[in-house]
Design a protein around this ligand. Structure first.
Ligand code: ZN
Ligand code: FE
Length: 257
């Protein structure tokens, strides 16, 4: 039996979440992205953990900007997307979709999830049923298409959607309340969404996180994963699924509460 993954989650910057994961058997310990190196080092120290690795989802400053400071403080090895090696300095181990890596004795799978950026990857731990999805999938949302297009992002989301329904989805930002307003606009009759709305408001009123979410909950309520169903409800069933997704992504970009 592999030992079970320890996950420590904490707020960072204005609306990021930081994640540090650890294999208790070996002590191997990875910072998943590095939004705020000071906070990561303090949180690791509080846990009594020593960060030995950095795993990046993509090159944006609120994800890889703290690599240098954490590496300088800990000597951590940097694992980052090969396709972003021109944007992320000092990568020790380049990763691509389909790679398998180990945190000590615990297996993780690299899933290619481009769209937000062209080299964006996600990390899936099958034994922990946990996926760290960066800025690809959010609770009730998905990342903006800064570098890729709708078809690419739809393929990425579809890849994540093949994980088991009870996979815990660790999104990199707390965007859920504003995502909820848009979801209710485009999917107002979805009973699962209406039920979730009450729960989200209650949690945010108490300043509690809405992350992690689960894949099952996202499949039932996330308007981006539900784009084909939403389009069909509008009588637009002649289009490809990715086109329905792309249209909802454009609507969200122009949505103002
Ligand atoms: Zn980003
Ligand atoms: Fe981000």
């Amino acid at each position: 039996m592999p030992s079970s993954l320890q996950i420590h989650m904490f707020p960072c910057l204005s609306d990021n979440y930081g994640f540090i994961v650890r294999d208790p058997e070996s002590g191997a310990c990875a910072a998943i992205d590095t939004p705020d190196p000071e906070v990561y080092l303090v949180e690791a120290r509080k846990q009594g953990w020593n960060i030995s690795e950095i795993w990046n989802t993509h090159w944006h400053a609120d994800h890889a900007g703290g690599n240098g400071a954490i590496r300088a403080a800990t000597g951590a090895q940097v694992f980052a997307p090969r396709d972003e090696n021109s944007r992320i300095p000092d990568i020790d181990h380049e990763l691509s979709g389909g790679n398998r890596l180990f945190l000590g004795g615990i297996e993780a799978q690299v899933i290619a999830t481009p769209g937000h950026t062209l080299g964006h990857i996600s990390f899936y731990f099958p034994t922990a049923k946990a996926a760290f999805v960066g800025d690809c999938l959010f609770a009730l949302g998905c990342g903006r298409l800064f570098e890729g297009d709708g078809r690419m992002m739809w393929d990425s989301l579809s890849r994540l959607a093949t994980l088991p329904d009870d996979t815990k989805i660790y999104c990199a930002h707390e965007y859920t309340a504003s995502n909820l307003a848009f979801a209710l606009r485009v999917d107002p009759l979805n009973p699962a969404l209406l039920a979730r709305a009450d729960e989200i408001r209650a949690r945010r009123d108490q300043d509690l996180p809405t992350v992690p979410t689960t894949l099952a909950l996202e499949k039932a309520t996330n308007p981006f994963l539900r784009a084909p169903e939403i389009a069909r409800a509008l009588g637009e069933d002649q289009r490809a699924d990715w086109e329905a997704f792309a249209e909802i992504r454009i609507m969200k970009d122009g949505f103002r509460g």
